[in-house]
Write a protein of this length. Structure first.
Length: 378
């Protein structure tokens, strides 16, 4: 993955028989990209060379002749199943390169509080502290609702060539059985890009589990966030989006306003191909417990839920009382190290929200007789 330089590019291109005028046009395009902090990327073959993966492998994915993903289901905490789609190792290399070199350099809307550097559930919840009312709306099947066409437009907006945008959109999406809509191919000039292998009319969507999906979802939702934030202003609300979790908060509100706001949100969702989850559309009035991304926002500062604090305290208490091994067996942890890692993570998160409580738990955690396991850095 070496850096691009115009002179070496022209030298290599000339040696491979390309015309000088063509190479110079690519150099001009490459300079425009690098001036914007982007890699000079011109073709699918160029991407294959940069990432050191076979061109034929990428071409088969773009042609939809190959589906190099492993799909499995995991249980959701709230019930139901979530489909996780993991790309094969070579495709992961390409998607991680796209994530690092292109997508991570694009700005997300300030109201988007997930997936970007500096974002966190805590920062998201802090935006809604001291609120009296919450309106919470989730997008149903968020990643799979983001289409290949929308991904194509993201890469086009970034500044790449139309054909390459199409190919990148195919590399970052996959077809889910049962969907038959015009794909990103319809966004191309087909008279100019008449590649028969690319004429699969089934639309792809973002796979949950691909390295590129989170940031692409954020970039697709940039205009949505603008619309939602403007709507929040009209209702004197605060607005944030944490992936598919949308929250409006206000101090002076009522149920009539809440219903009107939800209706307007649903209308805007439809323009972007999204549907709200009826089960997760919630209006929280004054006096009720107000939670945002798992944290209490009733006061001026975010607070841990009582059950979260108790979960840590119970682990610490019974591990000290009955021994770590016996507690792990009782709670069905697969290994002592797995339990230590789990508890360490809970305490680390508690420290970031409630430093005093977290420090007390950390002290008790370190006092447990971990033995040789305690020598392993977490």
């Amino acid at each position: 993955m070496s850096s691009w330089t115009p002179n070496s590019f022209i030298e290599r291109g000339t040696a491979e028989g390309f015309q000088e005028d063509f190479l110079q046009s690519l150099v001009a395009e490459g300079r425009k990209l690098t001036e914007r902090g982007l890699p000079a990327l011109f073709t699918l073959g160029h991407l294959a060379a940069i990432c050191d993966v076979p061109f034929g492998f990428l071409h088969d994915i773009v042609s939809r002749r190959s589906d190099p993903y492993r799909v499995f289901l995991i249980k959701k905490k709230a019930g139901g199943l979530r489909r996780i789609t993991v790309p094969s190792a070579p495709l992961q290399v390409v998607q991680r390169w796209l994530h690092t070199e292109i997508l991570s350099r694009q700005p997300s809307h300030p109201c988007s509080q997930a997936f970007n550097q500096g974002c966190s559930p805590i920062k998201n919840a802090q935006q809604h502290c001291s609120s009296k009312w919450l309106v919470k709306i989730d997008v149903e099947n968020f990643f799979e609702s983001v289409s290949e066409r929308q991904v194509y437009r993201v890469f086009k907006r970034i500044g790449f060539r139309s054909l390459l945008c199409f190919e990148l959109s195919r590399l970052c999406t996959r077809i889910v059985k049962g969907t038959r809509q015009p794909s990103a191919a319809s966004l191309q000039n087909r008279d100019r890009y008449s590649i028969k292998a690319y004429r699969n009319e089934n639309v792809g969507c973002l796979p949950q589990g691909a390295p590129t999906s989170p940031l692409l979802a954020n970039l697709v939702c940039f205009d949505l966030d603008i619309r939602m934030n403007a709507l929040a202003g009209e209702f004197a609300c605060s607005y944030t989006r944490y992936a598919d979790d949308i929250v409006f908060s206000a101090r002076d509100f009522d149920r009539l306003k809440a219903r009107k706001l939800i209706d307007l949100v649903v209308g805007i969702f439809a323009e972007y191909g999204f549907k709200r989850s009826l089960r997760k559309t919630i209006v929280v009035p004054p006096g009720a417990r107000r939670l945002v991304t798992g944290l209490l926002v009733d006061g001026a500062k975010v607070k841990l839920q009582k059950r979260f604090r108790e979960a840590i305290e119970l682990h610490l208490h019974y591990a000290a009382k009955h021994g770590i091994a016996r507690h792990c067996e009782h709670r069905k942890f697969r290994s002592l190290f797995g339990f230590r890692n789990h508890l360490h993570g809970l305490i680390t998160y508690a420290e970031s929200v409630d430093p005093k409580f977290g420090a007390r738990c950390r002290s008790e955690f370190e006092a447990l007789p971990w033995g040789a396991i305690g020598m392993i850095d977490l």
